[in-house]
Write a protein that binds this ligand. Structure first.
Ligand SMILES: Nc1nc2c(ncn2[C@@H]2O[C@H](COP(=O)(O)OP(=O)(O)OP(=O)(O)O)[C@@H](O)[C@H]2O)c(=O)[nH]1
Ligand SMILES: [Mg+2]
Length: 363
């Protein structure tokens, strides 16, 4: 693909800073309530620290939110929950044959071999102890094992201001769209974000981010096409400090994790951020497209090696039956899942919550 053809080293010098100004205050989205965390029943589940201080939203909207989330995960639920129901149809006893069929189902639902074996070991142990006398109990035990597997300590609270967040990932996974969604969450929580267009490689990339900035009423720092992304980041952080914003989102170019020179460029961007603002970036999120299935694991490994990751954002869970990959990603990388993308709109990014996720794919 043309996107991967790199320009020569002696390409144009960095252009002067160009800041896409936000529309006047009146046109901005008014800071309202933070995005409520999903819940299955009445209880708010696993709110992130930043959001846990916000007032709890009323019961009905929360139920509606979970219903919508569950709907978006419909294809994965059909593969997993539907598949298990079909497997169990007409059978009352949990025997070795049933367990083998379940194992196969989990592997084909993109949980991966290692993750499936770990879950099945827990199931077999319970069968041995005669704790799973019927299939309903087995389904409940599987849900519990999945929740345990997905559980992670809450993300460390970052008090730095600005909080610098870099998004990385291969082409087309949803980095730029996810930045817009994150900035939208910030605005709703009363935080002021700034977006930095460090994807200077793809011609339309800065325009895409600028369009989101316009829509959100958020400033975007950009330079011309082909500029050194590290220079854009440097300018972006200067602007962020001058304006006293709360968060800075750095949009990087999509890059194949196996291309050494592109990963070196990412390391350079990373170093530049740290030089300009010691301690930054505070978060490095890898964006993974759920529809890519098991390839997500090698992407996670190589991006982790290159820059270190603080979290994973899994996108495009709507419209795929491969949502089970979330379990493989969490289990096999050890990197916490932080957000899930379930659609193309600004509201379609949800803080990751193991309980709500398992309820949506298995319930
Ligand atoms: N259905 C769905 N589409 C999504 C989601 N997240 C992003 N997209 C779509 O995926 C496409 C690519 O999104 P981008 O944000 O441009 O992806 P990117 O990673 O920035 O792409 P490059 O910068 O080219 O590497 C767009 O059409 C988005 O609307 C999601 O959660 N669900
Ligand atoms: Mg992009």
């Amino acid at each position: 693909m043309g996107w991967f053809r790199r320009r020569s080293q002696e390409n144009e010098p960095a252009a002067t800073e160009e800041v896409t100004e936000a529309p006047p205050e009146g046109e901005r989205l008014s800071p309202g309530e933070a995005e409520p965390t999903l819940s299955e029943g009445g209880e708010v589940l696993g709110a992130t620290p930043a959001e846990s201080e916000e007032a709890a939203p009323p019961e009905e909207p929360r139920k509606g939110l979970f219903r919508r989330f569950r709907e978006r995960l419909g294809r994965t639920r059909e593969a997993l929950s539907g598949g298990i129901s079909r497997l169990f149809a007409g059978r009352r006893v949990v025997d070795a044959e049933l367990l083998e069929e379940l194992e196969e189902l989990l592997i084909t639902a993109d949980l991966g071999v290692d993750t499936t074996l770990q879950l099945m070991a827990a199931m077999r142990e319970k069968v041995k102890r005669r704790e799973l006398s019927d299939v309903e109990r087995l389904k409940g035990a599987l849900a519990e094992a999945m929740r345990d597997m997905l559980a992670a300590p809450p993300p460390a609270e970052i008090r730095a201001r600005p909080r610098v967040v870099m998004l990385v990932g291969v082409n087309g996974v949803g980095k730029t769209t996810t930045i817009a969604k994150l900035a939208h969450l910030d605005r709703a929580a009363g935080r002021e974000p700034l977006l930095v267009a460090a994807d200077t490689f793809r011609a339309a990339a800065a325009e895409q981010l600028a369009a989101w900035g316009q829509r959100l009423g958020v400033d975007v720092v950009r330079q011309k096409h082909g500029a050194d992304p590290a220079a854009v980041v440097f300018d972006g952080l200067s602007a962020a400090l001058a304006r006293g914003v709360d968060t800075v989102y750095i949009d990087t170019a999509g890059r194949l994790h196996t291309k050494v020179n592109l990963m070196e460029e990412l390391k350079k961007i990373h170093r530049t951020i740290g030089k300009k603002l010691p301690g930054a970036p505070h978060e490095i999120f890898l964006v993974l497209d759920a529809t890519t299935g098991q390839n997500a694991l090698s992407q996670a490994r190589l991006f982790q090696e290159a820059v270190g990751l603080t979290g994973i954002i899994l996108t495009k869970l709507d419209g795929t039956a491969k949502g089970g990959v979330a379990l493989a990603v969490a289990h096999e990388t050890g990197i916490p899942l932080r957000y899930l993308g379930v659609g193309e709109d600004l509201d379609d990014l949800k803080p990751f919550d193991p309980e709500a996720f398992v309820a949506a794919i298995l319930g």
